[in-house]
Design a protein around this ligand. Structure first.
Ligand code: PMV
Length: 325
């Protein structure tokens, strides 16, 4: 059977960095994110009893490391569906992958939904989220819609994401400023394992539940200033852990730093804008919809910003009838 799914990437306001269980991908803390309307992965999966081996194409290519990770995920799906058939998988991102735009989140969410459908399963959202998490942690947050919380569970069955609010709840915008198209030197998956080597990691953990509580409060009250300040300081705190891990992880480039400084300057000038960053050099600018044009005008004046992508809060993973093959 053949099935296709489209899933959004997501941006975390409270981040997932470090795991309490590497095999099951259980994070040391819960996290909160928003799905991104313009960073999308489309994936088609077809299981076929006549096929000799799995075939994986991501943006037309078959990289060995990525292929192995996809096959591991297909094995999880086959085990659940009690089938042995090999599959053909084709996946297409509408944005550059491995540059810190969370292609693994949208990728594994789309693979989970398309793969389970193609295997004849009809999983509920919770089950899909649990399964997506095992492929890539943040992928579990791309299954439910809108503003999402990944619950801090101690078992596989209790570590999944739920929707806090639908996409139309709040008109906030995430503008991704692409400052370089270089690929990451250390993948997010590998970087996650180093978090615990930072001297500051234990201290960070003592405050995570409080941060989650506060962010949910600002979301509920739609307090954009408090929300933005917390999201920005949280991103910097996560990068402080990366900078102080062993070996240290420096994901920023000169352009990332320049833009972070400019955001602070623009804020002093009266524009309500904040930033957050993942494992990469690109900056996610957070603003309210009414300020989008002002932000875009400013970005267009910066020669080191190669491209920008405007994202609104989006729905989670969904089935599509347009197959890639
Ligand atoms: O799911 P992973 O292993 O790609 O990790 C995501 C890590 C961050 O993007 C840096 C933080 C997050 O919560 O999305």
């Amino acid at each position: 059977m053949k099935a296709t799914a489209i899933a959004p990437s997501n941006i975390a306001f409270i981040k997932y960095w470090g795991r309490k269980n590497e095999v099951l991908r259980l994070p040391t803390n819960g996290s909160i994110s928003m799905n991104l309307s313009n960073l999308l992965t489309t994936t088609t999966v077809e299981f076929d009893s006549g096929r000799k081996q799995d075939e994986v194409f991501i943006d037309g290519l078959a990289d060995k490391k990525e292929t192995d990770r996809v096959i591991n995920h297909l094995n999880r799906i086959r085990k659940l569906a009690k089938i042995k058939d090999k599959a053909r998988v084709a996946s297409k991102n509408n944005f550059p992958s491995s540059v810190g735009l969370s292609s693994s989140a949208s990728g594994f969410a789309a693979l989970t939904l398309a793969g389970t459908k193609a295997a004849g399963l009809n999983l509920a959202e919770k089950q899909l989220s649990i399964l997506a998490r095992q492929g890539s942690g943040s992928a579990c947050r791309s299954i439910p819609s809108g503003f999402v919380e990944w619950l801090d569970g101690n078992t596989s069955g209790s570590s999944y994401a739920v929707s806090l609010y639908p996409p139309d709840y709040w008109e906030i915008v995430d503008i991704v400023a692409i400052v370089s198209k270089e690929k990451k030197e250390v993948s997010t998956s590998e970087g996650q394992k180093l978090a615990k080597t930072s001297f500051f990691y234990k201290f960070r953990q003592t405050n995570m539940n409080n941060k989650i509580r506060l962010l949910k409060k600002y979301l509920k009250e739609k307090k954009f200033g408090d929300f933005g300040e917390l999201a920005e300081s949280e991103a910097l705190e996560m990068h402080a852990i990366m900078l102080t891990s062993n070996p240290s992880l420096i994901y920023w480039t000169a352009g990332s730093l320049e833009l972070m400084k400019l955001v602070k300057k623009w804020r002093q000038e009266g524009l309500a804008i904040y930033f957050t960053i993942n494992t990469g050099q690109d900056i996610h600018l957070l603003c309210q919809k009414k300020d989008t044009d002002k932000v875009v005008q400013r970005l267009k004046r910066l020669p080191f910003v190669k491209k920008h992508i405007i994202n609104f809060p989006a729905k989670g993973a969904k089935i599509s009838s347009s197959h890639l093959f």
